[in-house]
Design a protein around this ligand. Sequence first.
Ligand code: ARG
Length: 429
Amino acid sequence: MTPAPTLGGSLVTVPGYRDVPQPDWDPEAPVDPAEAEDFLRLFHAESPQATDLTGRLAKVRAEIADTGTYQHTHAELVFGARVAWRNASRCIGRLYWRSLVVRDLRKVEQPDEVFDELVNHLTLAGQRERSVIRPMISVFAPHRPGTPPAARLWNEQLVRYAGHRQPDGTVVGDPRYVDFTEVLHEYGWQGKPDQPFDVLPLAIESATGEVKLYELPEAAVWEVPLDHPELRWFAELGLRWHAVPAISNMRLSIGGVSYPLTPFNGWYMGTEIGSRNLGDPSRYDLLPVVAERMGLDTRSDRTLWKDQALVELNRAVLWSFDRAGVRISDHHGESERFLAHMASEERNGRETPADWTWIVPPLSGSATPVFHRYYHEADQRPNFYLDVEARRLGTQGRPPALPPPPLPMEIPATPKRGLFARFFRRTSR
Ligand code: ARG
C-alpha cells in the first residue's frame, strides 16, 4: 500500500478513513500480491501455530499469477475476519474481537441456500431461549476477479423495518427505508403498511440477476417491546426494536481477497436505538412525541426538552432490553471497555485506529472517557468496506427492469405484452 501523504509528520489524508473516499473497488482487478503478502506476514506474526511463511508466500504468489486470486486457509479466514473487526475504526465494541465466531460458508452460493444460512446466522447469533447474543460473522463465497458476483444481498442489515409511505405523504415505519420498501412493492411485496415495525424481507440477487424476496421466519427475528421503568404511558407508544444488529452489505477485504457477502453482528449499545434509530429526525423522530407525553415545554430548544426526552428514550431501551434478558451495553460501560481495548492493544504493540466522530456516543459524549482524547486515524487491513453500489442498494434497491422496447420494424405478437410484465433481471450494474 502507498503510504499516506504527511505534512509535518501528521497524516493528511487516509483513503477509506472517514470522508476521504476509498478508491472504488475494482471487481475486475486481480488480487494485489503485495497486499496478500502483508496479510500473510501479519497472520504468521500473530499466530504461533502457523509455520512455513516462505512456502505459503510462494504458493499464494503462484496461485495469484495463475488465477488472479487465491484461497485462504480456514485459519487465515478466521484470523482475517477477526482482525477486520479489530481494524473497524468506527466500532466502539472491539474489546472482544478475538471471540468473533466465524462461519465458513465459502461454498454457499445459491440464493435459496444463502437465505437458509442467513436465517441460521440470526438464530445462532441471537439465541432467545438461552438469552445469548454472540458476535458472529458468516463468510459466503469470495469474489473471483473478472467473474460476476455470486448471490448478493441488498439489505443493509438482516433485520430492518419497512418505511410505508401513506397516501397523505406521511411514513409509517422507518423513513430510512421508504425507497427500499417502494421498490420491494414493485417486486410484489406488500408487507403490513399500517405497522411501524414491519420486518423487511431479504432481497437476494442471483449471479444471473434474478431478484427473489424472502420473508424471515418469526422465530429468527428476536424483538423487544419497549417500556419505561417509571413513565406509565410509555408502553402505549407501541415501540419495539430488534435484538441483533447484523450489518449485511459491507465487503470484507482480507489480504487482497474480497468477500462481498459477510453479514456480521455484535450486540447493541443502547444509544444506537434510543438516540439514533428512534430519536433522529430522519428516522422515527420520537423526541417531540416523548416530550409531549412528558409534558415538557417544547416552545424553545433552550428548555432542553430534546435532551430530557433523549434520556428517557434511552432509559426505556436499556430497561426494556434488560427486562427481556437481551444483552445490550450502555455508552458508559462500552466507553470504559473501549479504553481497556486500546490499552490491551498497546501492550501488544499495536495502535488502535479509531474515528472520534463515530466512537463518541450520541448521548452525553463528554460524560464518557472516549470524548477526551484523540485517536490514531488510519485505514488498516483487513477491514470492512461499504461500496458505493452496496450502499445504494441497501436503501434504494433497484426497480425491476422493464423488457426492452420492441425494435422499430418489429410487430409485437401481443400488443400489451411486456408493458406491465415484470422482468426481475438485472439490466445494468
Ligand atoms: N447502528 C446500527 C443500528 O442501530 C447497528 C450498527 C452495528 N452495531 C453494533 N452494536 N454491532 O442498527
